[in-house]
Design a protein around this ligand. Sequence first.
Ligand code: TYD
Length: 256
Amino acid sequence: MTAEPTGVPSAPSRTSTERPGLFVTFEGGDGAGKTTQAAMLEEWLRAAGRTVVRTREPGGTDVGAIVRDLVLHHRGHIAPRAEALLYAADRAHHVETVVRPALARGDIVIQDRYLDSSVAYQGAGRVLDAADVRGLSLWATDGLLPDITVLLDLEPKTARARLDSDDKPFDRLEAEKSEFHDRVRAGFLRLAEAEPERFLVLDATEPADTLAERIREAVAARLGRRPPGDGRSRASSSGAGAPEATHARRRRGASA
Ligand code: TYD
């Protein structure tokens, strides 16, 4: 286990074995390809008969949509602590009303962004203490951590070129200067280093299909590790190639 970098508090207060479902989050800077990969994973799992809940933060609930609009599109200053609290409020409501119920049913939750985004953006990117930001989110979610977090790592300049070609207006965070995005990227990498068992770090410049395959392997390995009768039944019953059977075998020692 890697030594813990300064400012990153340690790990999980809850373990994944306490719940039957699987919680997979996608993290990374803007433009890293999270949404594409989340969609590919969803499609693969559904084809294998799994029940998937695909969601995101901020904005995975009706309350969250209002918070999202505020944090991303408010014109003018928002105090950093207020910004951190708004993301945490969105997260608290989302986890209690969407994520935990899905995990309790045994579903697979695939989520764009979670508390690591807060630590990276509000902690490393802004001026707040990373440990405080993480502590706030852990309080907001009663300690819920993902089983797997896929970090799509991308150099901010490349990410910016991708966003530019998207032809969408930038939100408040996207519009930040490049040093901000460099700090965010470094913040994500520190988090991954502190929790190598949870994170799968991938080079986001790799082709989408290659990335998708690596992610499938990690997810399949995690599913394959589950003891029988822990919420997988509905998924495996519909067959369709049960990802855990085919992919767990060729898992490359890796970790996720
Ligand atoms: P995202 O939904 O990925 O943006 P888009 O739909 O435009 O691709 O994320 C919105 C922005 O919110 C992104 O710049 C990162 C930021 N963010 C935080 O600063 N803190 C957080 O806790 C979360 C979840 C997101």
